[in-house]
Write a protein that binds this ligand. Structure first.
Ligand SMILES: Nc1ncnc2c1ncn2[C@@H]1O[C@H](COP(=O)(O)OP(=O)(O)OP(=O)(O)O)[C@@H](O)[C@H]1O
Length: 291
């Protein structure tokens, strides 16, 4: 995988990668952040979907966004993928401010994998074309011939996700898990600087989930992989190698920062409104209701 287009950011000496300040001569440089939300609120019809969210993602970070149904996770991803504008505050993505930039130029730099996007892919579309067409910012095949460089790259990504043998199949004939992996390959096709994964393991059986978690872990540990944000309801779905966590509840941030510090029983209880027991085995997390 190619290295991100931007170089490494400079941290203050000794400072952990906490998702907060990137400093150049003492100043926070928003341009060096992959995502930067400042005082962000989103309102729809009198309802607050997000309230006063402050959040920064740096180049080398892999974030998990965790929260119950309706917490605002997808809304957060819609801001990061430039599909939605904030009602309050500012959103900067890849150094560009939403509302002041051409999002159509920004979107090819962002890889998005979501069930909403997968649902728009025509069932008859050949899997390899589903992936390769991302390079042309279209969902279906629109040219008779793609460049062999592009089809080779698409095959390479399908292989990476373990579905290379399905490249010639129609997308509609794939299982849920196979579709997930093919759409992640599509999200990576443009060599994005930011990868957004909305519930990639939802609907997968145990084996499919474990396989996907392993592949996402490989991606997370690849220093050349893009900054990533993965949305999930389940701590079991956090791939090893993810570095940071943002816990959301009712549109507000419960906690955020380094995963090891954020993922605590106390924070999970606040997030899910349950008395939860959290266990860790190696780099994997498991949670269940206490008692
Ligand atoms: N256009 C809208 N008008 C009013 N409410 C909305 C609108 N869009 C979303 N909501 C509400 O905002 C809240 C947050 O939605 P969002 O999809 O971001 O949550 P989520 O954390 O992704 O949930 P889930 O885990 O169930 O996918 C939900 O309660 C949802 O019903």
């Amino acid at each position: 995988m190619r290295r991100s287009r931007r170089g490494p950011v400079e941290r203050e000496p000794g400072a952990p990668s906490g998702g907060a300040a990137v400093r150049h001569g003492g100043e926070v440089d928003v341009d060096d952040l992959v995502i930067h939300l400042d005082g962000v609120g989103v309102r729809r019809g009198g309802t607050a979907l997000l309230s006063d969210v402050n959040w920064s993602v740096e180049l080398d970070e892999r974030w998990v966004v965790l929260g119950p149904n309706g917490a605002g996770k997808t809304t957060l991803l819609k801001l990061a993928s430039t599909e939605m504008y904030p009602s309050a505050g500012t959103v900067d993505v890849l150094g560009e401010r939403l509302g002041k930039t051409n999002v159509f130029e920004l979107r090819p730099r962002i890889g998005l994998c979501s069930s909403a996007l997968a649902g728009r892919i025509p069932g008859e579309e050949v899997v390899r074309d589903v992936v390769v067409s991302a390079g042309y910012a279209v969902l279906g095949r629109w040219r008779e011939e793609y460049e062999s460089l592009d089809t080779d790259r698409a095959q390479e990504l399908l292989d990476l996700l373990g579905v290379g043998h399905l490249a010639d199949r129609a997308f509609g004939t794939l299982s849920e898990g196979e579709r997930k992996r093919a759409t992640i390959a599509r999200a990576l096709m443009t060599d994005p600087e930011l990868l957004l994964l909305d519930e990639p393991a939802a609907g997968l059986d145990l084996g499919g989930r474990e396989d996907l978690v392993g592949r996402l872990s490989g991606l997370a540990m690849d220093p050349d992989a893009p900054a990533s944000v993965l949305v999930t309801h389940h701590v079991e779905e956090i791939p090893p190698g993810f570095t940071h966590g943002l816990l959301l509840r009712e549109g507000a941030v419960v906690a955020q920062g380094l995963l090891d510090q954020v993922l605590t029983e106390e924070n999970l209880a606040k997030t899910f409104d349950q008395d939860l027991e959290l266990q860790r085995s190696g780099e994997r997390f498991f949670a269940r209701r206490r008692g």
